[in-house]
Design a binder for this molecule. Structure first.
Ligand SMILES: Cc1cc2nc3c(=O)[nH]c(=O)nc-3n(C[C@H](O)[C@H](O)[C@H](O)COP(=O)(O)OP(=O)(O)OC[C@H]3O[C@@H](n4cnc5c(N)ncnc54)[C@H](O)[C@@H]3O)c2cc1C
Length: 383
């Protein structure tokens, strides 16, 4: 049976980052994915500049557009546009972006086994995973970077109790005029109860758009997406893909590591509850995963310290984003029109948002400017 220092299940941003850093440090690492790459992932493909900065290589080859305009509306009305003056986010197609991250992991020395669904985990002795076609491999450590459904994380008994929401993505071949209309501009349409938003992100040859909602509202998703498609004037556009996927949110101390297994990225619920983004945290947690595995391979302690690292280095930002999100969506629910008016006429709100997106500030820093925020947000908790 093939033996490695570490096994990584899932070749998304979390898994590829872990594998790249481990291989670059000389570890023998195998990445396994049920898909053949490049593969589709339901996602807006919004890469804020702060996410790009986490990567030690350029992503220009996969950037489809860069946005500096934020076009905000309330179910199509009370619209205003903020110009950040310079790009705050790049737009990518996830198949090409993820393939680039994986190529860098392979270049660093990681082995990749595509089209292999991991079906069984035995962690009684060495870590052993098994999959289709008689595949089996062993290692000292396992990273479950297996996305929001995290089947392998569940086999390890990790990640239970993590909250989740529902999201939907549609990609359409839009006419040239529509592609031009949305160039350099991302749309955010608010006003979904009790929270959530619709979005449109431009790509070179397609437009992708969708909605994110609380899990309990998933049944309304298709009708709401249909209404949004009509509002965008894209009802007749040819649909390439339309698919739902969940996003998970770790809110407290849900277990994400034991002695030799850890969860990274969506599998650990590392997405923020204001914009519902997760790629930055997938990359960040992949780096923390690699750091901790290298420590364990060097004979120092267990992978439980990874959870402490995530609690210290990622959770404060996710907590701040959650407070901001609860406050923002809570105000919108209570007083939609005045809150839209106030947002449109308070430059600070969007300047702060752009600064966070560019990596010049953080949600934590912005939340600390409003000492009353925790109390305000607590009153507006969604659930
Ligand atoms: C509709 C939507 C829009 C979004 N928009 C954005 C956005 O614009 N910006 C942003 O930052 N975030 C966005 N997100 C979140 C983002 O997509 C995720 O946070 C990100 O993909 C997490 O990366 P990951 O590596 O943890 O998991 P994933 O990218 O989901 O990768 C997991 C991998 O595990 C593999 N896998 C799963 N099970 C098995 C198994 N049993 N055996 C082998 N392989 C397995 C899968 O094939 C997959 O390749 C969005 C999410 C959704 C649903």
């Amino acid at each position: 049976m093939a033996r490695f220092d570490a096994l990584v299940v899932g070749a998304g941003p979390a898994g590829s980052t872990t594998a790249r850093e481990l291989a670059a440090a000389g570890a023998r690492v195998l990445v396994v994915d049920r898909a053949t790459f490049p593969r589709y992932k339901a996602c807006g493909g919004g890469i804020p500049l702060r996410t790009e900065r986490l990567l030690p290589f350029p992503i220009d080859s996969v950037v489809e557009d860069s946005v500096h305009l934020l076009d905000v509306s309330l179910r199509g009305r009370h619209r205003f546009v903020r110009d950040s003056g310079a790009p705050f986010a790049h737009m990518v197609m996830r198949d090409r972006f993820d393939a680039l991250l994986l190529a860098h992991a392979q270049r660093a020395g990681a082995e990749f086994r595509p089209a292999t669904t991991v079906r069984a985990l035995d962690a009684t002795g060495a870590i052993r995973i098994e999959g289709e076609g008689g595949f089996a491999a062993e290692a000292a450590c396992l990273v479950c970077a297996d996305g929001a459904h995290s089947p392998v994380g569940r086999m390890a008994g990790l990640g239970e109790g993590i909250a989740e929401c529902a999201a939907w993505e549609v990609e359409v071949r839009a006419p040239e005029a529509a592609l031009r209309r949305y160039r350099s501009r991302s749309l955010i349409d608010l006003g979904y109860n009790p929270w959530g938003y619709a979005w449109l992100f431009p790509k070179a040859n397609v437009l992708s758009f969708g909605i994110v909602l609380p899990r309990e509202q998933a049944g309304r998703m298709k009708d709401l997406v249909r209404a949004y498609t009509t509002r965008l004037g894209l009802r007749d556009a040819e649909v390439d893909i339309a698919r739902g996927h969940k996003i998970r949110f770790r809110r407290a101390h849900e277990p994400i590591a034991n002695d030799r297994v850890l969860l990274a990225g969506d599998s650990a619920g590392l997405a923020d509850e204001f914009t519902e983004e997760g790629i930055a945290y997938a990359i960040q947690s992949g780096r923390l995963a690699a750091r901790n595995i290298l420590r364990v391979l060097g004979g120092e302690g267990s992978l439980r310290r990874y959870e402490t690292d995530v609690d210290r280095e990622i959770m404060p930002e996710l907590r701040a984003a959650r407070l901001i999100g609860f406050m923002f969506y809570g105000m919108l629910r209570r007083a939609p029109r005045p809150w839209m008016w106030a947002s449109a006429h308070t430059p600070y709100v969007w300047d702060a948002f752009f600064a966070v997106q560019r990596g010049e500030s953080t949600y934590e820093r912005e939340a600390a400017r409003v000492p009353l925020l925790p109390r305000l947000a607590a009153r507006m908790l969604r659930e």
